[in-house]
Ligand binder design. Structure first.
Ligand SMILES: Cc1cc2nc3c(=O)[nH]c(=O)nc-3n(C[C@H](O)[C@H](O)[C@H](O)COP(=O)(O)OP(=O)(O)OC[C@H]3O[C@@H](n4cnc5c(N)ncnc54)[C@H](O)[C@@H]3O)c2cc1C
Ligand code: FES
Length: 290
């Protein structure tokens, strides 16, 4: 995929939920080849100021005909705080599209589940847009979306999701909206009550959610793709800072490293050595809901 560096203009900013903001960028050179699941590196401040590094964000929505992309960002530190305060009209350095995105279902007959924990709804929405677009309309009935957050105030507005016509199950850990409990509990209730598993599952969420979901899907017969996070300095395979231990397909006893920025961020979670990365990633997570 061609990668482009572009001065992208922020056209709109919206506060969507507590600590969560949506920004609309005009980037007519990046958008045409962008795919759901891919991401951009955004330099949040001008050179010489803090933070110098660019920060990775998934495409939340793509509007190809207008050259626009949206990001949904959760404020966790300096970079995301600065970005959330950038007014419309700001011009920022953006590089993208980066990484490997989601693959598509093989046909309209497939049933698909989406599992989004907190800000993990961000990359899944772009895929939902694609699968519910006119060309795929007949699929809508087959799409089941499980979206959970810690509490009602952290849920992004649900009306646009409902308008897509998908089956939507909302959950909050504290029971303030939708089903009480984690999004994974909602998923288990749906599929362990005797009804059939989906053919395909897409997920994005916190590390605890990723680990539990990887355990739940292991040994089950369905295609799974999960968008993973890692600390990223460059986003283009140059710094090796985003490496995660993975299964070596040639020797299951041995391990190899995958780079989230180039081999991912979308992976089959059964490829990742979760037992090896939990201690490494014992730090605050952005895609937190669980
Ligand atoms: C491929 C990819 C796609 C992403 N997409 C989105 C998105 O769509 N929306 C969104 O809100 N965020 C997304 N993120 C996470 C986002 O990039 C980080 O929240 C951001 O870089 C934090 O920058 P900061 O300067 O605010 O925080 P910092 O000040 O750099 O860090 C604040 C705290 O967060 C921790 N942290 C920072 N980055 C990460 C990370 N990637 N994983 C775990 N912990 C981290 C740090 O260790 C520190 O404790 C994505 C990350 C990746 C790798
Ligand atoms: S972020 Fe630098 S190699 Fe992946």
């Amino acid at each position: 995929m061609p990668r482009v560096q572009e001065k992208a203009k922020i056209l709109e900013t919206h506060r969507e939920a507590e600590g969560i903001h949506r920004l609309v960028f005009y980037a007519p050179r990046i958008v045409p080849t962008a795919r759901p699941g891919q991401f951009v590196m955004i330099r949040v401040a001008s050179e010489g100021s803090d933070p110098l590094l660019a920060r990775p964000f998934s495409f939340h929505r793509l509007h190809k005909e207008d050259g626009l992309f949206e990001i949904l960002l959760r404020v966790v530190g300096t970079g995301t705080r600065i970005l959330s305060q950038r007014p419309a009209g700001s011009v920022l350095d953006v590089v993208g599209p980066l990484g490997r995105g989601f693959s598509l279902p093989s046909g309209p007959h497939e049933t698909v589940a989406f599992v989004a924990g907190g800000i993990g709804i961000a990359p899944l929405w772009a895929l939902l847009d694609e699968l519910t677009a006119k060309t795929h309309r007949n699929r809508t009935e087959q799409l089941h979306v499980f979206y959970g957050a810690r509490t009602r105030a952290e849920l992004v507005p649900l009306t646009p999701l409902k308008r897509l016509g998908v089956h939507l199950v909302v959950s909050t850990d504290d029971g303030s909206s939708g089903e009480a409990g984690t999004v994974l509990e909602a998923l288990r209730r749906r599929y362990e009550g005797g009804s059939g598993l989906p053919d395909r599952l897409y997920a994005c969420g916190s590390l605890p959610m990723q680990v539990s979901l990887a355990r739940w899907v292991s040994g089950r017969n369905l295609s799974v793709e999960m968008s993973l996070e890692s600390m990223m300095a460059c986003g283009i395979g140059a710094c090796l800072g985003c490496a995660l231990p993975a299964v070596n397909p040639d020797d299951p006893q041995a391990e190899r490293y995958v780079h989230v920025c180039q081999d991912g961020p979308v992976f089959d979670p059964r490829r990742i050595r979760w037992d090896k990365i939990q201690p490494i990633m014992a730090r605050p997570l952005t895609f937190a809901s669980l």
